[in-house]
Design a binder for this molecule. Structure first.
Ligand code: SAM
Ligand code: SF4
Length: 403
């Protein structure tokens, strides 16, 4: 098998024909947390104590930069428009290490002058004092994982922070950053509609430019999957969604994606690029990449376990899985993301980003329209309100015939 980072192999002839390459983003995964939350299935691992932390951080940033250097031939000459430092809990990293990481990224890549550089932060990880230092290191946008402002719900979610720490972290972010995001979750164990209303009101009192509100899902292989908590009934969860849509709209935040609300000009450019089937190079433990070439689109996954990743990255072999997306899977992969967006997608983007003719989704578009799940004009297609409510039904209309 050829090497996954070999550009010659990636650029060999093939049946697909892309007329141009989409915008490129960089994702960097920082995989450690103070403790693992019982609902979380992300690639996150508990620190084994502060002693370990500083040496590991140094080694991990070295591994990331070695990984990036080795991956450069796959993205040669392309400008990177957004960078996202996600986790895990990136705010556990010392600002000096984040500074070194961003400095290294800037030295290796051509970043757009107005590149959005986001860092995910958790309240309760001493990072309140660090926000200014992160800003100075070049972070332009902070995303704070609040989840709830109720102590009882934070406890039920196994979070390390409390309400007071959440309030302090958001207040500090609002002072330091021109743009920031709050993550909340709803339909939490024991949560009432009134309590969710309080969480939304508290979040909105900080006038956040961006809010992400996720329905708590029970993921396989988590503590919650093994010991399921009592959750609000479906009717109650729908009422919660209605409340969220109403209150955010009144505060001037538009719902531009299923779970994302933003003031004009504050949508997350990094996530928008994912949803619009843009390209991303993902470095770090377990990070995913999607990269386009003239005749193929490939996906890669890096080694998931942090120590294993560091060993392989330093040996120039960070990729554990690599495959070319089959042509018959491209329509669904494109639609799965594009239909999450309120504005849907430009029909020309389908052809440009997948290299396929529009006829490949024509039948699905017609069915979706007939079912009232989708609307379109001569240049765009977008989910209707009903389409948003029954998103998985809408997406399923574009599954490959064999699925
Ligand atoms: C993986 S976390 C990383 C950020 C940070 N470590 C934190 O927890 O705040 C990103 C976001 O995903 C959301 N999330 C994680 N697990 C979830 C689940 N099972 N259901 C819904 N949302 C979830 C949370 O809102 C969280 O802020
Ligand atoms: S802090 Fe975030 S990434 Fe870490 S375990 Fe909890 S939800 Fe997952």
């Amino acid at each position: 098998m050829s090497h996954p980072l070999d550009p010659v192999h990636a650029m060999r002839p093939g049946l697909l024909q892309l007329s141009s390459l989409p915008p490129l983003s960089l994702y960097v995964h920082l995989p450690w947390c103070i403790q693992k939350c019982p609902y979380c299935d992300f690639n996150s691992h508990e620190w084994r104590g502060p002693g370990e932390a500083s040496t590991v951080q140094q080694a991990y940033v070295d591994a990331l930069l070695t990984d990036l250097q080795a991956s450069l031939p796959l993205i040669w000459g392309r400008t990177v428009h957004t960078v996202f430092l996600g986790g895990g809990t990136p705010s556990l990293f010392a600002p000096e290490q984040i500074d070194r990481l961003i400095g290294g990224i800037r030295a290796l890549l051509r970043l757009a002058p107005d590149a959005e550089i986001t860092l995910e932060a958790n309240p309760g990880t001493f990072e309140k004092d660090r926000f200014r230092a992160f800003h100075q290191a070049g972070i332009t946008r902070l995303s704070i994982g609040v989840q709830s402002f109720h102590d009882a719900h934070l406890k039920a979610l196994g979070r390390v922070h409390d309400r007071a720490q959440a309030l302090a972290a958001v207040a500090e972010a609002a002072q330091v950053f021109e743009t920031f995001n709050l993550d909340l979750m709803y339909a939490l164990p024991g949560q009432t509609l009134a309590q969710l209303g309080e969480d939304v009101a508290t979040a909105l009192s900080f006038a956040p430019p961006h809010l992400s509100i996720y329905h708590l899902t029970i993921e396989p292989n988590t503590v919650f999957a093994k010991h399921p908590p009592a959750l609000p009934e479906d009717d109650e969860a729908y009422a919660m969604m209605d409340l969220i849509t109403e209150r955010t709209a009144l505060a001037g935040l538009g719902r531009y994606e299923v779970s994302a609300y933003a003031k004009p000009g504050h949508a997350c450019a990094h996530n928008l690029n994912y949803w619009q089937f843009g390209d991303y190079l993902g470095i770090g433990a377990g990070a995913h990449s999607k990269l386009s070439f003239a005749h193929r689109i490939v996906r890669q996954v890096r080694y998931r376990e942090p120590q294993l990743y560091m060993q392989h990255a330093c040996a120039g072999e960070p990729v554990s899985q690599h495959h070319e997306i089959a042509h018959e899977d491209l329509p669904f992969e494109f639609m799965l993301n594009a239909l999450r967006l309120k504005e849907g997608f430009a029909l020309s983007d389908f052809t440009e980003r997948t290299g396929l003719a529009l006829t490949r989704i024509q039948q699905g578009l017609q069915q979706a329209e007939a079912q009232g799940l989708l609307a379109r004009d001569w240049s765009r297609a977008w989910p209707t309100e009903r389409g948003f409510d029954f998103l998985s039904d809408l997406q399923a209309l574009f599954l490959p015939p064999s699925a």
